[in-house]
Design a protein around this ligand. Structure first.
Ligand code: ADP
Ligand code: MG
Length: 246
């Protein structure tokens, strides 16, 4: 399926991005990384442990700034923005999913998802309503009042995905989202990401799993902090937009 040019405009551009950690000599983690992600894409950033994937994700997600180089998010040059402006951009435009879920154990499923809307200033009632809708979208309408301790790993990750999506972000970033799950639950989470992408969400998934990466339409390979390959899978067929069992 081909998308029109308008939908294919870049939302993320990295140009000669370098990340170093302080030391003598400094430790260079990312070397001259160049990457462009267009609206509606689904791509895997794949590489062995220690290759710099999480570091790259934290730069893309504006959680950290590069040592040098340029990152543009939706046309905004991040170097030109204050920390406060960047925090606002992050809150409104980026959804995060991590291997460890990071749900708050004392909160129900709905409350955990509604925390993704705290920055909006919407009423609690409206945040709840949007949380319920997001939970329906990830197939968890029947787990609204559960607490994380009462959910399976796969269900917890769905809650985390709902929390990431509830504010309708431009970009969904997932760092090893299946890393803590068994094969079946992991496949369920991957299927959900494919479906969300088919509905229009731009998704970047970080993984060390070569097979998982190979099932995506695009794979960007990291090796020792450098992009080693960037390939498209022409055989990729977009996931059906419906048909997931609840
Ligand atoms: P990956 O996610 O691919 O496993 P990371 O991005 O977490 O890799 O780490 C890449 C490299 O950067 C590793 O060698 C790691 O030890 C190093 N690293 C990560 N964070 C820091 C830090 N704060 N200070 C120094 N080195 C770091
Ligand atoms: Mg990592």
């Amino acid at each position: 399926m081909r998308l029109g040019n308008q939908q294919r405009s870049p939302i993320l551009v990295l140009d000669r991005v370098v990340k170093e950690h302080a030391g003598n000599p400094p430790l260079r983690i990312l070397h001259d990384v160049a990457l462009t992600v267009s609206r509606g894409e689904l791509l895997a950033i794949v590489g062995p442990s220690g290759s710099g994937k999480s570091t790259l994700l934290s730069l893309i997600g504006t959680l950290d700034r590069p040592t040098s180089g340029r990152i543009e998010l939706e046309g905004h040059d991040l170097n030109a923005l204050s920390d406060r402006k960047i925090a606002a951009l992050r809150a409104h435009r980026i959804g995060f999913v991590f291997q460890q879920f990071f749900l708050l154990p004392g909160l129900t499923t709905i409350e955990n998802v509604a925390t993704g809307l705290l920055y909006t200033g919407e009423t609690a009632r409206r945040r709840r309503r949007r949380a319920v809708r997001a939970l329906e979208d990830v197939g968890l309408a029947h787990r609204l009042e559960h607490r994380p301790g009462q959910l399976s790993g796969g269900e917890k990750q769905r809650v985390a995905i709902a929390r990431a999506l509830v504010g309708d972000p431009l970009l969904l970033l997932a760092d090893e989202p299946t890393g803590a799950l068994d094969t079946d639950a992991g496949q369920g989470v991957v299927d959900l990401l494919l479906e969300l992408n088919a509905q229009g969400t731009t998704v970047v998934v970080i993984t060390h799993d070569r097979d998982l990466a190979a099932s995506f339409p695009r794979q960007v390979g990291l090796q020792d902090g450098r992009i080693a390959f960037d390939t498209y899978n022409d055989a990729y067929v977009m996931a059906p937009a419906q048909g997931r069992a609840p």
